[in-house]
Design a protein. Structure first.
Length: 198
């Protein structure tokens, strides 16, 4: 009987040791699981930092592209204005009116060269943007489109000009009158469609 009691005591001790070992393994596994969760969170945090940096890089690249496009557009507008000024400085030979014009041609049997009259270059604000003026006339108050009735600093068609300010066409009106009509048509940007350059 003593042997039996001893054997049971030894078995109880072994079972208690196994339970402790199992609990120790569970504790170790819990620590490993906690560490794994921390590692996963760290990886997620690192990925988040990388994503944020990527977004900053994309924004930077987009800003650089936008600024480059603006600079290129400004350079193109300046080159176009210089080309228009150089072209306007050359004398034009008289030519017979072409039958292929899209609108009524100017009523003149012989055209003579007139030096362009440059305005003060006022644009933007209540007026259309400067790039519209540069593309339309290069800032010349007397510019006339050879294929339509468009004329003046803002290249108004005679039908749009409609005798504004008592002048038959925009190219005959002073700059202040042309600007006043442009401001009316522009209407704070809602009239942008009136200009192809817009």
């Amino acid at each position: 009987m003593r042997r039996e009691v001893r054997r049971k005591a030894v078995e109880r001790r072994k079972a208690a040791k196994v339970r402790k070992d199992v609990q120790g393994v569970k504790d170790i596994q819990l620590v490993k699981d906690i560490q794994l969760v921390r590692d996963i969170q760290l990886v997620k945090d690192i990925q988040l930092v990388k994503d944020i940096q990527h977004l900053k890089d994309v924004r930077y690249v987009n800003n650089v592209r936008r600024l480059s496009a603006t600079i290129a557009a400004n350079e193109a507008a300046a080159a176009a204005a210089a080309a228009a000024a150089a072209q306007a400085a050359k004398p034009v030979k008289a030519a017979a009116p072409s039958a292929s014009r899209s609108s009524a041609p100017r009523s003149s049997s012989v055209s003579t060269y007139q030096a362009p009259v440059q305005g003060n270059g006022r644009c933007g604000g209540s007026l259309p943007p400067c790039y519209v003026m540069q593309r339309e006339s290069g800032g010349s108050l007397t510019a006339e489109n050879p294929t339509s009735t468009a004329s003046g600093k803002w290249q108004f068609l005679d039908s749009t000009w409609n005798g504004y300010g008592g002048y038959a066409s925009a190219s005959q009106a002073p700059e202040s009158v042309q600007d006043a009509r442009a401001a009316e048509v522009w209407a704070g940007g809602s009239g942008c469609s009136a200009w192809s350059a817009c």
